[in-house]
Design a protein around this ligand. Structure first.
Ligand code: SF4
Ligand code: SF4
Ligand code: SF4
Length: 499
């Protein structure tokens, strides 16, 4: 027996509705129906996940989805959500699953940080008329300048990754997202001169041509990993952890391992793709070091290696180990980071905000004199160009965006990616749904978003009197906190507004 009242209600204005049936066709959750006898549309609120597909595409705007007004007698301790979750578990006996990032009411530090702007002295720079450098390169820097016997500087720069702007698309595997979503990301990264990331699902053979703008990932399941794959991208990322589900592995159900996905992952059709929680050959920094050098060996020391970790309590010490392990880049993933599927309890209760993790890692590496051993990529809910600028001023070299890129592709954050029925054709492998995302449209929307952010980043930098990303990096004097306590300010390494 179902004890749960629907979370959302489909409100249809029958005066505006023309019974065209578009909403019925567009809802893969079958929330809309048509009653022949009454000649009118019907709906089943319980099936609605609030993805907005029907309300956006209804030609007469006759539908809106509202949060159900039906409420428990809740109190501070027992919220509607908590009671509903207990009801769901009592019914199913299962672990609760969710898609996308942690939505809970923890502080968003980016929203408590303000940027500086020049006034009178140290004049601001007009980015439309004066040169403004938005390019970045990622990788280990030489510890010191060395000269040969003739006094010429010896170039001993390790392999680098070049970006036209300090934003890249984060790892999303083919399997967790559709072919068309991957193609949109690959084409946008190529046009923009940035990188997209294969995630842990291998690389479809059609996408090898985007290799110059591809980061290939090696995760604990090692799906689709072989020498050609490793050599096909511009960098290799070892995924040790992910902000959306720190400390646990992944699971793509066998129902999604079909056709090309099975071939790309190199596992039989219908087999569950289980990524173990740990890499079974890594139990220490020395083990990680061995994998890094195995990957460098197979790529003839031509590619930088990124190690991605979830932001967790002792992240600074972990990053310090990674910076000494031979890795060229560390990717830090905060607890708001998105995921195709995660146990809700893990997603909502484990990890750290990226702002705090980033500041303490940058501090630790500087204190130990090893900041130049590695570049830092920050991810985990970067939502706007202002978040990008703040992340760089807190110590990042650049950022990863995932959820923001998917929103540009049409995602409406219904957070049911794990169900595989994405009405926007993104987190699904159902052919009738995947074709809803046209990669020609998708890649242009991504290019638009990134172009807009690049211009905004330049405007903010110009306002601060800064003309290069390198001068913004770790420049916490450009930041002030509002409404934070002493400890938070101390960890972020910034002053309170007014100081
Ligand atoms: S799409 Fe709009 S107009 Fe068409 S049946 Fe649905 S509610 Fe009615
Ligand atoms: S799930 Fe999406 S398409 Fe279906 S009724 Fe709800 S909002 Fe509309
Ligand atoms: S990708 Fe699709 S299923 Fe996932 S949150 Fe976005 S709209 Fe919903």
């Amino acid at each position: 027996m179902n004890f749960i009242y629907p979370e959302y209600e489909i409100v249809r204005n029958h005066e505006k509705c023309t019974n065209c049936g578009i909403c019925k066709k567009e809802c893969a959750n079958e929330a809309h129906g048509f009653m022949e006898s009454a000649s009118k549309m019907t709906c089943d609120d319980a099936k609605c996940v609030n993805c907005h597909r029907c309300s956006v595409l209804c030609p007469t705007k006759a539908i809106k989805i509202i949060k159900s007004g039906n409420t428990y007698k809740e109190n501070t301790n027992w919220s509607n959500k908590t009671i509903n979750e207990i009801q769901r578990q009592a019914e199913s006996g299962g672990v609760l699953l969710s898609g996308m990032g942690n939505p809970e009411n923890y502080p968003v530090y980016f929203d408590k940080i303000l940027l500086n702007a020049s006034q009178v002295t140290n004049p601001s720079i007009d980015p439309l008329r004066e040169p403004m450098e938005s390019k970045v390169h990622l990788g280990a820097r030489p510890k010191k300048i060395e000269r040969d016997t003739d006094g010429k500087i010896k170039s001993n720069l390790k392999p680098q990754m070049f970006l036209s702007m300090p934003v890249m698309f984060s790892a999303m595997s083919y399997g967790s997202i559709s072919y068309n979503a991957h193609e949109s990301l690959a084409r946008a990264a190529t046009e923009l001169g940035v990188m997209y990331n294969t995630g842990e699902g291998g690389l479809h053979e059609n996408f090898y041509k985007y290799g110059k703008n591809t980061i290939v990932q090696v995760a604990s399941g090692r799906f689709g990993v072989h020498p050609t794959y490793l050599n096909s991208g511009s960098a290799i990322e070892i995924k040790m952890g992910q902000g959306g589900k720190p400390g646990i592995g992944g699971h793509l159900p066998g129902t999604k391992i079909v056709g090309d996905i099975s071939a790309t992952r190199m596992i039989p059709e219908g087999t569950d793709a289980i990524s173990p929680a740990p890499h079974h050959d890594i139990y220490s920094i020395e083990d990680l070091c061995q994998l890094i050098y195995s990957l460098k060996e197979v790529t003839n020391y031509t590619k930088p290696v990124i190690v991605k970790i979830a932001a967790v309590h002792n992240v600074a010490a972990i990053a310090s180990g990674i910076a000494r392990s031979g890795a060229d880049i560390i990717a830090l993933d905060g607890f708001r980071g998105g995921t195709g599927a995660a146990p809700t309890r893990i997603r909502d209760n484990v990890g750290l905000p990226i702002e705090l993790a980033l500041a303490c890692v940058d501090d630790r590496l500087r204190d130990e004199g090893i900041r130049n051993n590695v570049s830092i990529i920050a991810g985990g809910s970067i939502r706007s160009s202002a978040d990008v600028v703040k992340a760089i001023a807190l110590g990042a070299d650049c950022v990863y965006i995932g959820s923001a890129a998917l929103i540009a592709l049409g995602c409406h954050l219904c957070r049911t990616c794990h169900a595989g029925n994405c009405n926007w054709g993104i987190a699904t492998q159902i052919p009738e749904l995947t074709k809803r995302l046209n990669p020609e449209v998708g890649y242009k929307r991504l290019v638009n978003l990134m172009t807009a952010w690049r211009n905004e980043i330049k405007e903010m930098m110009g306002g601060m009197g800064i003309n290069a990303i390198e001068s913004l990096k770790g420049n916490r004097l450009m930041l002030r906190g509002v409404g934070m306590n002493e400890k938070e300010l101390e960890i972020l390494g910034i002053k309170h507004a007014g100081e």
